[in-house]
Ligand binder design. Structure first.
Ligand code: ZN
Length: 341
């Protein structure tokens, strides 16, 4: 079969011929319908220091995908042929004490689909049955393919109170955009967003952000102080920029919560931790999705609460256009790009 792979330790990805993956006990074989390109895939495409240090090509990439179960491995009782599923990218040992404690998303045994093991940007993928999450048919297929990413947003937003709260979300990448929609869906009182890109500002408007502040054009901390003199109830930092962390510390009310999802390119100097302490802020580093609470919450939001994140899907293309997809993402001219397999 044809698959999108990192075939050599250098920038780029290629469509290559690989054998169809073989079913193993405890796994399911999925006929992949759609895959969604993630920032992680772009890191792999660019072959940055992180991917060069971690991957061992050749590897089929792709960790966000959906499709139909076509074969069920020995010992699997949770799935049957014909089930529609979506991928969870963290593969963990089910006996790992971290997983058993409820910390599967940060388990030390975690291996990443499409990074450490072959992923799903191919017509077929074989994944552990527990990583194939049942998805209700009411969920649009494009959205079904990106639940791994959507789950990051669900996890961050639902880590604290939302209903009736004022929430600041810094950075309108796909996960920031998802978070806007989730906050609105859950009844946030007001959602403030920050973003510099006109393209993404437009998307944030579509997703329902009440106020969008542009750090390239205005002093966001001052403007926010005018709008929320006592500070916002919660800040979700998704930009991975020191200025955004400073903003979170400065403009979150005393006792409020700060969720940190955006990764910082370097170790940060000059963060005012004393201010954070004196304000009694609840700061929480967040990664991945809780296994499996986040998936249950996400299914509830999509199937019963009417969460609509389809505006984030700005492009759909055949998987053979993967290079165009990567270059479009690189230029920042996309929300989520969904590939058709
Ligand atoms: Zn991803």
């Amino acid at each position: 079969m044809k698959a999108i792979a990192k075939s050599r330790p250098e920038p780029g990805v290629e469509i290559i011929d690989v054998p169809e993956p073989v079913l193993r006990p405890g796994t399911v074989k999925v006929r992949v319908a759609h895959g969604s390109v993630c920032g992680t895939d772009l890191h792999i495409y660019n072959w940055d220091a992180w991917s060069a240090g971690r991957m061992h090509p050749p590897t089929v990439i792709g960790h966000e995908f959906c499709g139909t179960v076509v074969e069920v491995g020995e010992g699997v009782t949770t799935h049957k042929v014909g089930d529609f599923v979506s991928s969870e990218s963290h593969i963990v040992d089910p006996n790992d004490p971290d997983y058993l404690r409820g910390d599967g998303h940060i388990a030390q045994s975690t291996r990443l689909l499409g990074v450490d093991v072959d992923g799903g940007f191919a017509p077929y993928a074989v994944i552990p049955a527990m990583n194939a999450r049942h998805t209700p048919s009411v969920v649009p297929k494009s959205v079904a393919s990106m639940q791994d990413a959507l789950g990051n947003a669900v996890h961050t937003v639902m880590d604290g109170p939302v209903e009736g709260q004022t929430i600041l979300i810094t950075g309108m990448g796909p996960i920031g955009l998802f978070s806007v929609a989730i906050c609105k869906c859950l009844g946030a009182k007001k959602v403030y967003a920050t973003e510099v890109s006109p393209y993404r500002i437009k998307l944030a408007e579509q997703l329902g952000a009440d106020v969008i502040l542009n750090p390239a054009k205005e002093d966001v901390a001052t403007e926010l102080r005018k709008l929320e003199p006592r500070g916002v109830d919660g800040t979700l930092e998704m930009a991975g920029k020191k200025a955004s962390l400073d903003l979170a510390i400065e403009n979150t009310r005393p006792g409020g919560r700060v969720g940190l999802l955006g990764l910082y390119p370097d170790v940060l100097d000059g963060v005012d931790f004393n201010r954070l302490i004196f304000k009694g802020l609840k700061v929480h580093g967040i990664i991945g999705r809780k296994m499996w609470e986040t998936w249950d919450q996400m299914t509830w939001l999509l199937a019963e609460k009417g969460l609509d994140v389809t505006p984030v899907v700005t492009h759909e293309m055949p998987y053979t256009d993967v290079i165009e997809a990567m270059e479009t993402l690189k230029r920042g001219e996309a929300g989520k790009i969904v590939l058709d397999f």
